[in-house]
Structure formats: structure tokens, C-alpha cells
Design a protein around this ligand. Structure first.
Ligand code: ACO
Length: 322
């Protein structure tokens, strides 16, 4: 059966590494609180680049790895909740910067589930259109959406990008998925609300910063993520034991531990890098996958579950053979 497979991975972190102790000098928090509640020790904050710059770096590196000229690309999808503009999309910006003139390019908005959603959409589009080559990237500069006076969210997030090359393959690689949206819970996590114009003049162009009901999202994640993984395993016709690595969205190490316990799986199947990167939303799974691939932690032929959760609220799992 014709399918798609991941043939290269890449990641980039933003320029400025910020420690918990540095944050404790500008807000009422501590390394102890952040580490104990979240597992985060540092995060990369961008002071020089926007989302499309980080995404373009990843795109260029991926093309170099596979030695393709940009005109070979059929599709570019960037998952992001922090684009440079409402329009043009980050994907269109990359398409232009890379010179990928034949690629269809658009962004996908599903917050921290965005990379799993994007892999699923890219796979469907490659197969439906008989295309063969896609760039799928998760990229965020969340620091521009953060209220730096709100300690409850400011300590959680980081900036970065990660991505993959997706290519058609003769044999099955993507074996199961579960994509879900819980729109009735959307107000539990919001960012960038654009207010309606009440008058024809005096448009102030204000956007609200990131706001989250942390406890409710925590409850949502620990409840929905195990179910989503089980549903994707069922579709794939495998059990949780047959997954070699669980690459979960890095929002909180306690959530990851909880999911491992619920699935009755050893924690060493759940690589964690939240300690360095913080929560990078749509970039988080892609950065983790690229890091695991670079370190040889995931190997060709192994079965991987990528699972994300967050704004929407959304939850998404894809299972594939790497
Ligand atoms: N430093 C010190 N104290 C703090 C801080 C801080 N940075 N932030 C909050 N506190 C205080 C609170 O004020 C509160 O104090 P009080 O008890 O005196 O009222 C206390 O710490 C406990 O606050 P909680 O919010 O109850 O802390 P909790 O244990 O729930 O941890 C956290 C908060 C880390 C946000 C957790 O709820 C969480 O991880 N939620 C899930 C987040 C998530 O998964 N998001 C994913 C999606 S993100 C996306 O889609 C972009």
C-alpha cells in the first residue's frame, strides 16, 4: 500500500537561553516552584528572530539533508499559533524565502496539537494529489504573546521550531491516528483575541496575551491523552506495549508521568526535553523528534506515537514507523 514516511528531521532553538533563576529576578517566582510543578529549568527566548525565520532555518536544513532543490517541494505546512502576521502565512513566507515555487503552502492552527494535525493533513494531501514531497514544520515565537507580568503562564513557554521531510513510500508507515477537538472548552486557553471594531474610526489594534486555566488544561490532558493514544493504537491494530517511544507534547513533566502510568508503560519510553525548552506549543513534538533522531534515541523501523494537546482545546495522536 502506498503511504508516506519521514526521511529527515531538524530543529532550531531561539537565541537566548533563560534560566528559572533569571525569571525569578523579574517576577515573583522561584526555580524551586517551576522545577517542582513543571520540570522546566530553562527555555529559549527569541530576541532577534520571528516565527518565519526559525521555520525557514529548519526548512533550509531539511532540504540540505535530502539534497533537494526547493522547486521539488509539493507542499509546505507550518503548524503555529504565533505567526508573524495574520497574512501572509508563515508557510507562504517560507515558500517565498526558499524559492519553492511549486509548493502549495498554508498554516495550520491547532496550538500544541498542531504538529500531529499537520502530519496527518500533509499525508492525506500527498496521497490524494499523487504528490511526493512535503515539508511539515512546527514553529513558535510564543514570547511575543506572553504577558510577562503573569507569572502563572510566563514561566512555562519557550521559542523554537522543528520539522520533518515527508515523502511518499511504497509500504505502510503511518498506521494509526486520533484527532480530536473540544471547542466547548476553547475559553480555557486563549491567545491573541482580536477585538471587534465598535466604531469605524479609532481602531486600536489590540490583542490579548496568552491566558490559560492551568488546572483545567492539566485535567483535560491527563484525561484525554491516554484515551487518544489508546484510540490510535486500536486503529493501528497494536497495543500500547508495541509502541517503542511515546513523544508527547512537552507541557509539564507531571502530565507525561501521569500518561505513562495510565497506559501502564515505563517512563523510559517517554523522552523528555521540557527541562531545556519549556513548552514550545506546535514546535514541541517536532523538536523532540529531531533531538531523539540526532541522539540515536529513535531508530529506523521503530514505532513512535506522537501525541499533542492544547488550545482549541485539541488533542491528537499519530502512530508511525520511523
Ligand atoms: N511561581 C510561583 N508561584 C506560582 C507561579 C509561579 N510561576 N504560578 C502560579 N503560582 C502560584 C499560584 O498563584 C498558586 O498560589 P495560591 O495557592 O497561593 O493561590 C499556586 O502557585 C498554585 O497554582 P496552580 O495554578 O494551582 O498550580 P498548578 O500546580 O496547577 O501548576 C501549571 C500550574 C504548571 C500551569 C499546571 O496547571 C499545568 O501544567 N497545567 C497544564 C498546562 C498545559 O498542559 N498546557 C498545554 C497547552 S499549552 C498550549 O496549547 C499553548
Amino acid at each position: 500500500m502506498k503511504d508516506v514516511k519521514i526521511t529527515a528531521t531538524s530543529k532550531v532553538a531561539a537565541n537566548n537561553l533563560v534560566t528559572n533563576n533569571q525569571l525569578s529576578k523579574i517576577m515573583d517566582t522561584s526555580d524551586e516552584w517551576i522545577t517542582k510543578r513543571t520540570g522546566i529549568k530553562t527555555r529559549h527566548i527569541s530576541t532577534d528572530k520571528n516565527t518565519s525565520d526559525l521555520a525557514t532555518t529548519v526548512g533550509k536544513d531539511l532540504l540540505e539533508q535530502v539534497s533537494w532543490t526547493p522547486d521539488k517541494l509539493d507542499l509546505i505546512i507550518v503548524a503555529t499559533m504565533s505567526p508573524d502576521y495574520l497574512t501572509p502565512s508563515v508557510s507562504a513566507q517560507i515558500q517565498g524565502k526558499l524559492g519553492a515555487q511549486h509548493a502549495v503552502a498554508f498554516d495550520l492552527s491547532a496550538a500544541c496539537s498542531g504538529f500531529s494535525y499537520a502530519l496527518s493533513v500533509a499525508r492525506s494531501m500527498l496521497l490524494a494529489n499523487n504528490w511526493s514531497k512535503a515539508l511539515v514544520i512546527g514553529a513558535e515565537v510564543l514570547s511575543k504573546l506572553i504577558d510577562w507580568d503573569d507569572r502563572s503562564s510566563a514561566v512555562l513557554f519557550g521559542d523554537g521550531a522543528g520539522g520533518v521531510i515527508l515523502e511518499t513510500a511504497a509500504e505502510r508507515h503511518f498506521v494509526g491516528q486520533d484527532l480530536q477537538t473540544f471547542g466547548e472548552l476553547g475559553n480555557q486557553l486563549t491567545a491573541g483575541h482580536i477585538k471587534n471594531n465598535t466604531e469605524l474610526s479609532n481602531n486600536s489594534f489590540t490583542y490579548t496575551p496568552f491566558q490559560m486555566n492551568g488546572r483545567e488544561v492539566y485535567r483535560f490532558a491527563t484525561h484525554e491523552v491516554p484515551q487518544s493514544i489508546e484510540a490510535a493504537c486500536k486503529q493501528a491494530g497494536i497495543t500500547a506495549d508495541q509502541i517503542d517511544h511515546y513523544l508527547l507534547h512537552q507541557a509539564n513533566s507531571r502530565i507525561i508521568e501521569h500518561v505513562a502510568k495510565r497506559l501502564n508503560q515505563p517512563l523510559n519510553k517517554f523522552p523528555i526535553n521540557i527541562n531545556e525548552y519549556g513548552n514550545t506549543a506546535a514546535a514541541s513534538e517536532a523538536i523532540l523528534l529531531a533531538e531523539c533522531a540526532e541522539k540515536g534515541r529513535v531508530k529506523k523501523g521503530e514505532t513512535i506515537a506522537l501525541s499533542g494537546f492544547g488550545g482549541g482545546l485539541t488533542c491528537a495522536t499519530v502512530i508511525f514507523k520511523y
